[in-house]
Design a protein around this ligand. Structure first.
Ligand SMILES: Nc1ncnc2c1ncn2[C@@H]1O[C@H](COP(=O)(O)OP(=O)(O)OP(=O)(O)O)[C@@H](O)[C@H]1O
Ligand SMILES: [Mg+2]
Length: 182
């Protein structure tokens, strides 16, 4: 059993799509608290796929993933989703913002899945949007903002519930150098 000081633990992980050869074989990873880990590699090698598997969004062919000491690969899909909503923030490579919803609703929607009152997240959502320089966009929709602004909003959404673990898939790819490092 892994301790919860170990945030992410992957053992013998093999991941792939459909009938294709695995992208990753017998992969091991251990990440403890207060660690920033960067994953680099050529386009198409499987970086996003690995993050999906570690976050429990795609089931591995083999092996196990523990998040905060809980073996999510043994959970039902529903239990996995709940665990993710409570403890994990995920920034998708293409931001993945629902085009029909306002920025503020997008940032607070994770609350619903995490079982938190949405309104209680409003002050933090405003604060995060301000901090990330997109406070004035709170009432816009994704179709009315730039790609870099969408990335900042996606980051605010991932941080809104103050998760213990944040998976960020190239979250600054569309930002200018100053915004990317601030
Ligand atoms: N749903 C899917 N079904 C089948 N193959 C897929 C699927 N999603 C991705 N792939 C393939 O899996 C491989 C790894 O994709 P992935 O998105 O993980 O790469 P990546 O390392 O994140 O690349 P990039 O740096 O371009 O974002 C690619 O060859 C991709 O075409
Ligand atoms: Mg990718």
């Amino acid at each position: 059993m892994s301790s919860s000081a170990e945030l992410v633990r992957a053992v013998d992980l093999t991941v792939g799509y459909g009938r294709h050869a695995p992208l990753l074989r017998d992969f091991h990873l251990s990440v403890s608290a207060n660690t920033i880990l960067a994953l680099t590699g050529a386009s198409g090698v499987g970086k996003s796929t690995l993050l999906y598997a570690l976050a429990g969004m795609i089931p591995p062919r083999e092996g196990s993933v523990d998040l905060l000491g809980a073996r999510i690969t043994a959970f039902s899909e529903r239990a996995r989703s709940r665990h993710r909503a409570r403890h994990i923030g995920f920034v998708f490579q293409d931001s993945m913002l629902d085009p029909a919803r306002r920025t503020l609703d997008l940032v607070t929607e994770t609350a619903i899945y995490a079982g938190v009152d949405r309104r209680s997240l409003l002050p933090r959502a405003h604060e995060l949007l301000e901090e990330l320089g997109v406070g004035e966009l709170a009432h816009r929709r994704p179709g009315q903002i730039s790609g870099g602004q969408a990335q900042r909003i996606a980051l605010a959404r991932a941080l809104a519930t103050a998760p213990r673990i944040v998976f960020a898939d190239e979250p600054t790819a569309n930002l200018d150098p100053a915004s990317a490092t601030s």
